[in-house]
Design a protein around this ligand. Structure first.
Ligand SMILES: NC(=O)c1ccc[n+]([C@@H]2O[C@H](COP(=O)([O-])OP(=O)(O)OC[C@H]3O[C@@H](n4cnc5c(N)ncnc54)[C@H](OP(=O)(O)O)[C@@H]3O)[C@@H](O)[C@H]2O)c1
Length: 397
């Protein structure tokens, strides 16, 4: 039996992972589940999947979980905080870790899994964006197996030759083409973007996801973060990663070879496919997803991304070019700006402005140590919060 810990089990990716695991009870057992504050859903998941450990990042939520489980399933050990999440990511009986916490809170628990040589199923792209070099160095140093869960990177992984780590040119690959639906505002007149609400931004046309990634998809920062992620995962230069808008979300990404071949992975937009792929790799197993019916699809469209409409994509490429802590700052500023938009303290159109101001305000440092990365993250959050207030004042005046 393969022991699996799910970091962020109450989220969209976490719940999809539990769905896939429940289809293969002879092969996997759930070792630990983690969440932040969603106690009721955690109780339900614990009663269904009987983990050894349940962790709440929030200590008050952990107390509530402890009380509730005490009455129903007292054998489950309840832990709290980042230490609790790091502990369950590193347990000896944990073979695979699904890293599905949203945002920078995922970095330390995911690194704990990497540093104990686990198979890490990486959904939490923010951890790779903020700490790319250190993260990948640790993957190699601790012999961890890193499998991408982002549907695009999972598609690229499926289309890549095995030994791509040696460099794309060495294995005959010329480019990675990351597809993007273009989000809910691909065709919205630019003057209407000022009035966009969080509800509209979270209504993705093809995917059901958590609120933060939904807003990232609407600004196309999600694709920007994915460009950074692809560079690290596939040892690619940023010029080898191109974004292609593909509104149907049927092709999840492509790999172009030097002989002109283009390999693509096609599937229904359902996260259980990349999750099942990474759990079973190098084999295949049933995911619960109905195969794509090409007669229903009927057409596939492709467009160049509109850089004017989506400045976040440009900012992400600029951060890769700057190197050092630039991507750490980009990620932190984006998290602050997106939360401010979700809290209705910032307009949708001001999200890229806050990120750009923060990148301009801060000096780019080295990102070699965890301390350097965490310091840059913290400083960027403070700077971005000030910039949110500046932009917020502009709305009120
Ligand atoms: N959703 C998708 O289809 C999809 C696709 C590709 C990649 N991803 C990536 O996967 C990650 C998760 O996305 P999601 O859509 O599943 O997010 P989500 O639905 O918002 O779930 C986030 C999970 O993280 C937990 N969490 C939030 N803040 C935390 C904190 N400070 N400390 C510890 N845990 C915390 C949440 O717990 P509570 O429920 O208690 O708040 C929840 O379990 C993101 O990095 C996203 O970019 C998602």
């Amino acid at each position: 039996m393969i022991g699996v810990t799910i970091l962020g089990s109450t989220g969209s990716v976490g719940a999809n992972t539990l769905d896939v695991l429940a289809r293969h009870p002879q092969r996997f057992r759930v070792i630990a589940l983690t969440a932040n504050t969603e106690v009721d859903l955690m109780v339900k998941q614990c009663l269904e999947h009987h983990p050894e450990f349940a962790v709440m990042a929030d200590s008050i939520a952990a107390e509530r979980l402890h009380d509730k489980l005490g009455a129903t399933d007292p054998d489950i050990k309840v832990l709290s905080g980042t230490e609790g999440m790091q502990k369950v990511a590193a347990l000896e009986q944990t073979d695979y870790v699904m890293a599905a916490i949203v945002g920078s809170a995922g970095l330390l628990p995911t690194l704990a899994a990497v540093r104990t040589g686990k198979r890490v199923l990486l959904a939490n792209k923010e951890s790779l964006v903020m700490a790319g070099k250190l993260f990948m160095d640790d993957v190699r140093k601790y012999n961890a197996a890193l499998l991408p869960i982002d549907s695009e990177h999972n598609a690229v992984f499926q289309c890549m030759p095995r030994n791509f780590e040696s460099g794309l040119h060495n294995v005959g690959v010329s480019r990675i083409l990351l597809t993007s639906s273009g989000g809910p505002f691909r065709d919205t007149p630019l003057d209407q973007l000022h009035n966009v609400t969080p509800e509209q931004a979270c209504a993705h046309p093809n995917w059901v996801m958590g609120r933060k990634i939904s807003v990232d998809s609407a600004t196309m920062m999600n694709k920007g973060l994915e460009v950074v992620e692809a560079c690290w995962l596939f040892n690619a230069d940023m010029n080898q990663v191109q974004v292609v808008v593909h509104p149907q979300s049927v092709i999840h990404s492509m790999v172009e070879y030097i002989d002109g071949s283009l390999l693509a992975q096609l599937a229904s937009p359902d996260m259980r496919i990349p999750i099942a792929h990474a759990l079973a790799w190098p084999e295949r197993m049933e995911s619960g997803v109905v195969p794509l019916n090409l007669f229903d699809v009927s057409r596939l469209d492709f467009e160049k991304p509109d850089q004017g409409r989506f400045p976040c994509l440009r900012l992400a490429y600029e951060a890769v070019a700057l190197g050092g802590t630039a991507a750490t700052i980009l990620n932190a500023a984006n998290e602050i700006a997106v939360q401010a938009f979700l809290d209705r303290r910032l307009r949708f159109v001001d999200i890229p402005a806050v990120i750009e101001m923060t990148l301009t305000d801060m000096s780019i440092g080295q990102a070699s140590t965890l301390k350097q990365i965490l310091d840059a993250d913290q400083h960027a959050r403070e700077t971005a919060s000030r910039n949110v207030m500046v932009m917020g004042r502009r709305i009120i005046q």
